[in-house]
Design a binder for this molecule. Sequence first.
Ligand code: CAA
Length: 390
Amino acid sequence: MSIGIDKIGFATSKYVLNMSDLAEARGAEPEKFSIGLMLDALSITPISEDIVTLATSAAQEILTEQDKLDIDMVIVATESGIDQSKAASVYVHSLLGIQPFARSFEMKEACYAATAALNYAKLHVATKPDSKVLVIASDIAKYGIGSAGESTQGAGAVAMLVSSNPRILSFNDDNVAQTRDVMDFWRPNYSTTPFVNGIYSTKQYLDSLKTTWTEYQKRNDTDLKEFAAVCLHLPFPKLALKGLNKLMTKELPEENKAQLLANFERSIVYSRKVGNIYTGSLYLGLLSLLENSETLKAGDKIGLFSYGSGAVSEMFSATLVDGYRKMLNPSRLSELDERQPLSVADYEKLFYEEALLDENGTNTFANYKTGNFRLTGIEQHQRIYTKNDN
Ligand code: CAA
């Protein structure tokens, strides 16, 4: 039985910050961002958009009423959770109207957890072939005004429906994971932004890639020639390109190199315009590849490298199935271009606005643009979500 991704959806905020404006405001050369990081813009969320609204909008894009009856597990993977106790997936389950006899929970390990969630979903469907699992990677990446990481912020959610006989891609049972205890990026409970050893984190990413890939090749007796494309976690596209270049040895034929590099370009089209979305970044890369590559075809094998600081990494692969293009959204690029550009001053006001609660733990938020769902406010410390009429 083949198990894999049957549908994939994406949501991001309605506001965008252009990197050229950020460069000017911070006294940096625009090429540092456009060439040095390979980033053109960052999605910026207002206070009324959070990981729940993003996750729910991404899932609503793909789910039918029948899917909502078939789903018996909802997993939200995130590293920007909104509650230490209640899982974001419980809100998502309720807002989407998924049938009640479902298991809903949250998973965390920096940018890696969605990969563990997909693997758990695969194991679940293997035992219950009629069930469907909704896996959503949802995050808001916020490093702070003027911080080194400011240029690699972003926000978004990728929703994936895992089922038997999937219509986009099937997972190959070849996963190899690696755990190493390092302090490259972490966010203690008392801090709203992460602590980052930036350069060290890039070294950990690249070394985890090299060592996990070596072990993956050994255990699966494979090499890069078998892959039509490799998608890598995208904290910023330039790091992933460095990673891909490390995998492409001198022995790899030029035609394979050319194909991998061309498909890499297709895999970063969306991230260049959205920035880092942490857990969803790898899967936004996959979505970008599938929706923008003209050369991929059914039967092609795609390698996926997941990295979460701390650090856990995993290498695995999936194979495209017949008719996968019919399950995609050809107008996503133009939808991204509809976001409202922000001045740097407005970005600073919007992105860092904090909920000022009264003595009852209550506040109502301004009517910012959001996707299909909105955090309208907090009442007695409870988050209040509504569905927009659009
Ligand atoms: N023209 C072209 N390129 C230029 C340039 C110019 N005018 N000016 C600078 N550059 C290049 C630099 O040479 C450099 O490229 P190389 O690395 O190839 O040499 C690149 O632009 C970036 O320059 P800096 O290293 O000086 O940039 P920085 O000080 O802003 O730091 C960063 C970059 C460390 C990644 C920082 O953005 C950061 O800390 N980001 C957050 C952490 C992160 O994303 N880590 C990634 C691995 S961890 C992970 O993957 C998990 C996760 O999602 C967070």
